[in-house]
Design a protein around this ligand. Structure first.
Ligand code: PLP
Length: 401
């Protein structure tokens, strides 16, 4: 018997299949469509270099000292101003700067979830949120959904017994993993259903600025501010290496989220917050984000063409209107996880979709990122995927009785 008796929650900490796959794809020569990473070619390196130098010359002592747990005040103001422009009514006091929005998910789990408490999630949902919530031992309800997102009737059907579902975790914009966006009418209907069922919302929006065709509708939080915790991130519009995100909560929750944050890491690195604020304070993102959209739109188009050309009949997907991912459903009889070793052998990688489900996974699904490969490599990678898939289908047909 081990000397170390681990907490029960450690049994719920499991290796991320995505990280395991990424290890394989670090091998040279692999065309990886598996990552959840933004394109490093979008990082504004020069602006960051200049901002680092400015922060170190203007306020080195403050930047290198411990800092407030709430976050750097001018950055909190900036976030509140941005969100007010998107239709939310946010005071800077409600903004908690977090170490990536991933930490925001952990803090929400810590403050809101008891062991055995019900939490509703999309089908499928962001794997990293399941990882963040799992240690707090929720019981998940998977919300039935269609191409527009979860169904309002699924919210209405959530258990009503006190204390009820702690929250529904929703990703309205270019969801990870499916890429889907919830139209205006669906958002309105979901909020109405959630209000009627008294189920608060946790809205995660790291991809909303990365729209290609048209700007997505206003956040759910603008329709129900007192019933929604909103999470945002600088990872996809600037650089994930700074680990900067934010949680905006109704005032009654702010003290507890702050105390949870203090316990976790005292504060998000002050130097990083000042550098990012220095970069964005004068409207930098208004010029920068459109360049990311333009780049990703071309890559999205390349992948849409390649999928139409190379995937066998019976495969299903929708071209995403923003974000970083295509979600593909393979023909009947295919298992994406079983396909992966042959795909890696052939020089490509993707993420099998099963890990994104809280319950019964659809094993025919997989996620493809289009943002870290050139349009030419996307064409080659998808052609390889099509070939491996056909071989898999042929082998399967031969094995069938
Ligand atoms: C839906 C979603 N939420 C949250 C995160 C975490 O982002 P970060 O911690 O870098 O802000 C990610 C990262 O890929 C994501 O896809």
């Amino acid at each position: 018997m081990s000397l170390w008796n681990q907490a029960r929650r450690s049994a719920r900490l499991n290796p991320s299949i995505i990280r395991e796959i990424l290890k394989v794809t670090e091998k040279p020569g692999i065309l990886s469509m598996a990552g959840g990473l933004p394109s490093a070619d979008t990082f504004p390196v020069e602006a960051m270099r200049a901002a680092c130098a400015k922060v170190l010359s203007d306020s080195p002592r403050e930047a290198l000292q411990y800092a407030a747990s709430e976050g750097f005040a001018p950055l909190r103001e900036w976030v509140a101003h941005k969100l007010n422009g998107m239709g939310l009514k946010v005071n800077a006091d409600q903004v908690l700067i977090t170490t990536g929005s991933q930490q925001g998910l952990d803090l929400v789990g810590k403050v809101m979830v008891d062991a055995g408490a019900p939490v509703a999630v999309e089908t499928p949902t962001y794997l990293g949120a399941l990882q963040a919530f799992n240690p707090y031992e929720p019981i998940y309800t998977s919300l039935a959904s269609d191409g527009d997102g979860p169904l309002p009737s699924a919210i209405a059907a959530l258990p009503h017994d006190a204390p009820g579902t702690r929250f529904a975790y929703l990703l309205p914009n270019f969801q990870n993993p499916t890429g889907r966006v919830m139209p205006e009418a669906r958002r309105a209907a979901l909020v109405k259903a959630a209000q009627a069922a008294r189920v608060p919302l946790v809205e995660d929006n790291p991809y909303g600025d990365l729209w290609f065709d048209e700007e997505p509708p206003a956040p759910m939080a603008s329709r129900w501010p007192e019933g929604t915790i909103y999470l945002g991130s600088f990872s996809k519009v600037l650089a994930p290496g700074f680990r900067l995100g934010y949680v905006v909560a109704p005032p009654e929750l702010c003290p507890k989220l702050l105390q949870a944050k203090q316990a976790a890491d005292l504060h998000t690195p002050g130097f990083n917050q000042r550098v990012v604020y220095e970069v964005i304070r004068d409207g930098f993102l208004d010029q920068h984000v459109p360049t990311i959209r333009e780049r990703y739109r071309r890559q999205r188009d390349a992948m849409a063409v390649a999928l139409s050309e190379h995937l066998p009949e019976g495969s299903e997907w929708q071209s995403p209107q923003g974000g970083m991912f295509f979600w593909v459903r393979l023909p009947a009889g295919c298992d994406a996880l079983a396909l992966l070793p042959a795909a890696v052998e052939a020089g490509i990688a993707f993420v099998p979709g099963g890990a994104f489900y809280a319950h019964a996974p659809d094993t025919r699904t997989l996620r493809l990122s289009f943002v870290t490969l050139s349009p030419e490599d996307i064409a080659d990678g998808v052609a390889t995927l099509g070939r491996v898939l056909r071989e898999h289908l042929e082998a399967h047909a031969e094995m069938a009785p």
